[in-house]
Ligand binder design. Structure first.
Ligand SMILES: Nc1ncnc2c1ncn2[C@@H]1O[C@H](COP(=O)(O)OP(=O)(O)OP(=O)(O)O)[C@@H](O)[C@H]1O
Length: 281
């Protein structure tokens, strides 16, 4: 089963449209949602969570249409947004009491274990938490009600590198039993490259690709040539390029052509930066 299926999704605001987005996240996998500021990542997540209305298209979450009785499905989703919202004057312990009544499958012991692990002070109220502490509490909550799908919108921004590493490890562990899946948006491409099985790339409201990470790494390469030789490469083969004093780095799909030029592997960061720069949309 797919944990998430998005088909031909459209949403228009006055000055922005999300155009015909389709992708699937197989159960047991982690998908990274990448895109520049304003690309449409949060809009996609809000549409999946049904907090805004789509213009058209279909979204199925954990096998259920999200426009029909989403209440039950929400129990199975752990959500972390880039800004964590909890009542300001509650401590971690009081937030536990509040969440206990919000989720049928609330796991109090697990929540307190995470808070301890994350060094969240017991007596501090939420208002006095640092941004990183707020994110950690939010992640602890998302992982303490037996969710089958985590949806994480910039959930690791504001965390120091050590905390990020630790939390990415937790996310990785979460999906190792094949029943659990994660959709995570982030600007930290290196984190996503490490963590994810699939990468979905939005650019100006359009989907540039949604593919298995290993396939992407297999499929693309960076070709190096002089600026003069650039004209020998057919324009339709150039998916992106970077010019420097030393010549040109060109993103291409691997093929039998161009054997005369040196090539390197293309990392996910190369692929998305060069494609976005080329304005392929
Ligand atoms: N309620 C709204 N009314 C009008 N425009 C909106 C609304 N919400 C979002 N937008 C616009 O939709 C576009 C996409 O926004 P979105 O928040 O989805 O981007 P994002 O990819 O999550 O960006 P970031 O990385 O900066 O968080 C932006 O141009 C934004 O201004």
């Amino acid at each position: 089963m797919n944990a998430l299926e998005v088909k031909n999704l459209n949403k228009s605001y006055k000055e922005f449209s999300l155009n015909n987005i389709s992708f699937s996240l197989p159960q047991g996998c982690i998908m990274g949602l990448i895109g520049e500021n304003g690309a449409g990542k949060s809009t996609t997540i809000k549409l999946i969570m049904n907090t805004i209305k789509r213009d058209n298209g279909e979204i199925s979450v954990l096998g259920r249409d999200n426009s029909v009785d989403f209440k039950e499905t929400k129990e199975d989703i752990g959500i972390v947004l880039d800004e964590a919202y909890y009542p300001e004057y509650l401590t971690g312990r009081q937030i536990n009491n509040f969440l206990k009544y919000s989720y049928k499958n609330w796991e109090e012991d697990r929540f307190f274990t995470y808070l301890k692990h994350f060094n969240i002070p017991e007596k501090k109220v939420f208002k006095e938490f640092s941004r990183g502490m707020k994110m950690k509490l939010s992640i602890a909550a998302a992982m303490s009600h037996k969710a089958k799908l985590l949806i994480l919108d910039e959930a690791t921004s504001g965390l120091d590198p050590m905390a990020r590493e630790e939390i990415l490890e937790l996310f990785y562990e979460f999906t190792r039993d094949e029943e659990h899946s994660i959709l995570i948006s982030s600007h930290i491409v290196s984190d996503l490259e490490k963590l994810c099985d699939y990468i979905t790339f939005l650019h100006r409201g359009r989907l540039l690709f949604s593919e298995e990470k290993d396939r992407l790494l297999e499929e693309y390469a960076i070709l190096h040539c002089s600026k003069e030789n650039l004209k020998n490469i057919p324009a339709e083969k150039i998916l992106g390029k970077r010019l420097s004093a030393y010549g040109a780095d060109v993103l291409i799909k691997k093929s039998r052509d161009f054997k005369e030029y040196p090539m390197d592997k293309a990392g996910i960061e190369d692929i998305i930066l060069l494609m976005a720069k080329e304005g392929i949309a």
